[in-house]
Write a protein that binds this ligand. Structure first.
Ligand code: NAD
Ligand code: ZN
Length: 352
């Protein structure tokens, strides 16, 4: 699959056992470069050596960060700048980001800022990274004030997805990725939605991961190509996210995952939309059934509408006195609706 942007195009490869031929892939992209593999403590021991072995013709070093969101910091970025400088990396050298979304966001941020930017590729290993964070060109670290506060837009030279890596991914993380795949089907691909309805559950989806990942990627690709710098239609990818983020941010650390919160968000926003005739009758039940099939939640207790409302009004997406929410016109078709900030309350009260 090819991503075509204003000033750059690159290939996304989705293939079982693609990691077995990573050496050929890199050789087709880069010559005479020093390469730094940036990964985390879970992923590097699993897949690092396999990659290093195939890069015998390159000078290769690696840096392993602790797993988890806390590594997406300016401090860690600074450690990496020091590391690259110690290894005498110049502007003609390159980075491989090997891991989930945390490593992807951090390593691409470092690549896009070290010496004003060096080449990088993404090898995403979590389902969320494979269908969502590794494409789109958004890099980020968190600031002490907010998540993803500091970042750049930067496109990789390529993305290599080996669905076999999902065999070692904890199930909670698999479900996290599935929530985003359900979202992709809901907002713009009825055929993906039908596939998800036909599959019997998580294991069946993993058995068909190559085809499912490709379809989900196609959705993100279309939106990203249309709206590279996130000024318009990319908003559709936020379906379920306004309420989802509010749940995530108020629940307290570790209580609920992003994917679970988004799964609930898709249900809640549709529930009220259906009542107001903004979405067709029966659509909420379809989303609920889909979530349940993939062991994702449909509600959250205790439902604290006031708290969620406060969280939303503090959200960066709440610009001014109105808010853009994403609703479904049907399965496979979403639209943006501008509502008054106060109106979001009606959508939240529904949860009680
Ligand atoms: N840039 C974007 O457009 C974008 C979009 C969505 C999310 N994100 C970011 O992505 C991050 C979340 O990504 P994530 O869910 O992948 O989190 P993550 O990178 O923390 O990975 C989740 C966990 O799974 C482990 N892991 C990853 N692949 C594995 C594998 N194959 N086998 C075993 N363990 C594995 C990791 O070590 C980690 O412990 C967040 O920081 C979020 O902000 C970015
Ligand atoms: Zn998301």
């Amino acid at each position: 699959m090819e991503i075509v942007l204003s000033d750059k195009s690159y290939e996304i490869i989705v293939k079982r056992h693609a990691l077995d031929t990573v050496g050929e892939w890199i050789a087709s992209l880069w010559q005479n470069k020093k390469i730094a593999i940036i990964s985390d403590e879970h992923v590097f021991p699993l897949y690092g050596e396999k990659i290093q072995q195939q890069l015998a013709n390159y000078e290769v070093c690696h840096y392993t960060v602790p797993a988890g969101e806390s590594s997406k910091s300016l401090e860690m970025a600074n450690n990496l700048y020091d590391f690259l400088a110690d290894q005498q990396f110049t502007r003609s050298d390159a980075i491989i980001a090997l891991g989930g979304g945390v490593v992807g966001d951090l390593a691409s941020f470092v690549a896009s800022t070290y010496m004003r930017g060096i080449a990088f590729v993404q090898i995403p290993t979590s389902l969320l990274a494979q269908v969502d964070s590794s494409i789109g060109g958004k890099t980020a670290v968190n600031s002490s004030k907010a998540k993803n506060m500091i970042g750049t837009f930067a496109q990789p030279d390529g993305v290599l997805i080996d669905p076999e890596t999902l065999n070692t991914l904890p199930e909670l993380r698999v479900r996290e990725g599935i929530a985003e795949i359900i979202k992709c089907g809901a907002i713009s691909d009825a055929s993906l939605w039908n596939d998800l309805e036909k599959l019997t559950g998580i294991q069946d989806l993993l058995a068909h991961s190559e085809a499912i990942i490709l379809k989900a990627l196609e959705v993100k690709k279309t939106v990203v190509e249309e709206d590279e710098f996130d000024n318009g239609s990319r908003l559709l990818l936020n379906f379920g996210h306004t309420i989802g983020h509010a749940i995530e941010n108020t629940a307290g650390y570790g209580k609920i995952s992003h994917g679970e919160a988004v799964a609930i968000g898709m249900v809640k926003i549709s529930q009220t939309a259906e009542k107001k005739n903004l979405s067709p009758a029966g659509i909420t039940n379809k989303i609920k059934a889909m979530n349940q099939k993939y062991q994702l939640p449909i509600t959250y207790q205790p439902w604290e509408a006031e708290k969620f409302y406060t969280a939303i009004t503090h959200d960066k997406k709440a610009r001014g006195s109105s808010l853009n929410i994403i609703l479904l016109a049907e399965i496979g078709k979403a639209y943006i609706k501008k509502i008054k900030l106060t109106e979001i309350k009606e959508f939240l009260l529904e949860g009680e």
